[in-house]
Design a protein around this ligand. Structure first.
Ligand code: FE2
Length: 291
């Protein structure tokens, strides 16, 4: 059973850190699996899919991105790919993230995601029917790993009511200010999102498959609190809590595995969200999957 100290921390701040959640063996296994996946990837097949976090036009969010819910797909660092799609850095450092069905398709990640400890965390937070909606491996590689600007996860994975989304974020390296740890605006879990990242209802001639509806307010950067954590820590992130991270300008990696659950007992997952379940992979019910 996971020590329940995190519940109060989570309810007060909208996030909580549980140190030593993963064992060293689990981390080694996850990293080894990911190194193999990257090694086997042919950049020519995937490298046109660059992850532009600040691309407000959303032109980089194409079919490859939209249909990644039941696949393992690669999204590259903008600085890692030239205009012709060739890599400018070694393949092992070129990827920004891989998503969005690792939890289902890769046994190592499935074992962690549907393990008893994760189920226990959800039970302690009162989730009745949590379902896993997406999973990702985030590289934030040395020197090239780009920042993630201020956001709420509920902008991207909106639920009605908008407070039933929970992020699990596992540090696979020590994450400090120097290599791009998370920063939070504590206590903002009750702030409902003012913008939504959705599939464009009628793409028409623009061809833009996704759009941002609404406007995100500017938040005071000096009020964010860094959350440095040691390798193996789990950071729980309320879907509404406002957070961000900086570039990794250091020579240290900052790998993380992350997934999100929605408690379907109390909430509806929005059909407008960019990410939708498919026939091949409906959102798996966390408590029903045995590993
Ligand atoms: Fe986030």
């Amino acid at each position: 059973m996971v020590n329940s100290d995190f519940v109060q921390q989570f309810n007060e701040n909208g996030y909580a850190v549980i140190p030593n959640f993963l064992s060293d063996e689990e981390i080694v296994e996850m990293k080894k699996t990911m190194a193999r996946i990257v090694d086997e990837m042919d950049p020519k097949e995937h490298s046109s899919h660059i992850f532009h976090l600040d691309d407000k036009t959303c032109k980089s969010r194409d079919e490859y991105f939209l249909t990644s819910n039941d696949k393992i797909r690669f999204f590259f660092e903008p600085k890692a790919v030239d205009q012709d799609g060739n890599l400018t850095v070694p393949k092992s450092r070129s990827v920004n993230k891989i998503g969005h069905a690792l939890a289902w398709l890769e046994p190592v990640f499935k074992k962690i995601t549907f393990g008893e400890k994760v189920k226990d965390v959800c039970r302690q937070l009162g989730h009745k029917d949590p379902r896993v909606v997406q999973s990702m491996y985030i590289f934030k590689n040395p020197v090239i790993g780009q920042k993630v600007s201020t956001h709420q996860d509920s902008t991207f994975l909106y639920t009605d009511p908008p407070s039933n989304l929970l992020g699990f974020w596992f540090a696979l390296d020590d994450a400090a200010v120097e290599n791009g740890c998370l920063y939070f605006l504590p206590g903002t879990q009750n702030v409902n999102p003012t913008s939504r990242f959705v599939r464009t209802p009628n793409p028409g001639t623009t061809g833009d498959l996704t759009m941002i509806r609404g406007v995100e307010p500017d938040y005071p950067l000096d009020q964010f609190k860094p959350a440095p954590v040691s390798k193996g820590s789990l950071v729980l992130i309320h879907g509404n809590v406002i957070h961000r991270s900086e570039d990794n300008t250091s020579d240290l990696p900052r790998h993380a595995y992350t997934f999100h659950v929605v408690d379907h007992h109390n909430a509806q997952y929005s059909k407008e969200n960019w990410l939708q379940p498919s026939e091949a992979l409906p959102f798996p019910k966390l408590y029903d999957v045995k590993v």
